[in-house]
Design a protein around this ligand. Structure first.
Ligand SMILES: [Zn+2]
Length: 340
């Protein structure tokens, strides 16, 4: 069976059937263009037969809980100031819209999560509107993730990830995307531009450590957190130009990066940057092993205890919905059920 990453690459991370579903829903509630307001998202929920209920005791491990029997979506009363209030609602009904059943394997859980996130982004950044904006920007050689983010009032990560859906299929630009924890651990990665991600013995990219010279790492050393960060990086598989931004989360800071091969740089704002780096990874001498003198002095004298990042523990497969306490969810639904 082809891997999820393989399927995404083969389809340039573009899924017409999910685009069509998003478009159908936008039309059904009469949205005619521009950013999608919270009110329209609530209309979509109602159109699909769901009522929204904001509660104070949502199970800790969840962002929302859907009662399929009674057509209710439970959401937390308290929203973090920076968090988009539309996404949790969209994600809640996106699963139903995609026809998801309870996942029977971890691979299926991951596939469902990809589809849910795709549909959510396709609603928040409708294909036609987003392509129009990006095509105009391309014509002016000024494509910018920040502009895409601001035009649709979404997070940088949502805008950057959405760009990967449309970049190749609709704009003819190969692209890569990374979400990297401050520890250097790769959380998400996608490419169809031949950039070479690190991978473990089983071929997994998520959970491995990215080169210290890549934009996804160097951005953490930049003092200015408000301006976009651009960098050219020479790698053994060619020169890439990347733009990156830092986001804060409970587990620490993350960088979100979008990059293209050198030849495609001409379409983007920030191509004139003087920031340059050289990456020789996976060559050990690039950034994996300590500099000679330091290594000579300390080899055999250090015994560190590793701390497993919580973000990775949370990704380990347990139960039907990894990281979610099913009993807690059932108890919660029982206590809130209108038919109890
Ligand atoms: Zn390196």
């Amino acid at each position: 069976m082809p891997s999820l990453r393989g399927i995404m690459r083969a389809r340039d991370n573009y899924f017409p059937e999910l685009e069509a579903q998003a478009l159908g829903l936008l039309r059904a509630v009469g949205h005619t263009g521009g950013p999608v307001p919270q009110r329209v998202v609530a209309d979509m929920a109602a159109h699909l037969g769901y009522s929204l209920h904001y509660v104070a005791d949502l199970p800790h491990s969840t962002r929302s809980v859907t009662d399929k029997r009674n057509g209710r979506i439970y959401l937390p009363i308290e929203q973090t100031a920076s968090r988009d209030t539309r996404s949790p609602i969209l994600q809640a009904f996106a699963s139903a819209l995609c026809g998801h059943e309870e996942p029977t394997s971890y691979a299926e859980f991951l596939r469902q999560r990809v589809e849910t996130n795709y549909l959510t982004a396709a609603i928040l950044l409708p294909e036609d509107d987003a392509v129009k904006l990006l095509a105009e920007a391309k014509a002016q050689r000024s494509i910018s993730m920040e502009d895409l983010r601001d035009a649709f009032a979404v997070s940088y990560e949502t805008a950057a990830h959405r760009f990967t859906n449309l970049a190749t299929a609709r704009l003819g630009i190969p692209v890569h995307f990374m979400k990297v924890h401050e520890s250097g651990t790769i959380i998400k990665a996608y490419e169809n531009d031949s950039v070479r991600f690190p991978s473990d013995a089983l071929g997994a990219v998520e959970g491995t450590t990215v080169c210290r010279s890549w934009t996804a790492r160097t951005v953490f050393d930049v003092a200015d957190r408000f301006s976009p960060w651009y960098q050219y990086t020479d790698t053994p598989s060619g020169t890439f130009w990347c733009t990156s931004r830092i986001a804060k989360a409970k587990e620490g800071e993350y960088s979100v990066s979008v990059g293209v091969p050198f030849s495609e740089t001409k379409w983007f704002l920030g191509r004139e940057t003087n920031n340059r780096a050289v990456s020789r990874c996976p060559d050990e001498s690039c950034c994996r092993s300590a500099p000679g003198e330091l290594a000579e002095r300390w080899a055999g004298q250090a015994w560190p205890a590793a701390r497993t990042p919580t973000s990775l523990l949370a990704a380990l497969p347990t139960g039907t919905f990894p990281g979610v306490d099913q009993t807690e969810v059932y108890q919660f639904l029982e206590s809130h059920s209108p038919t109890a």
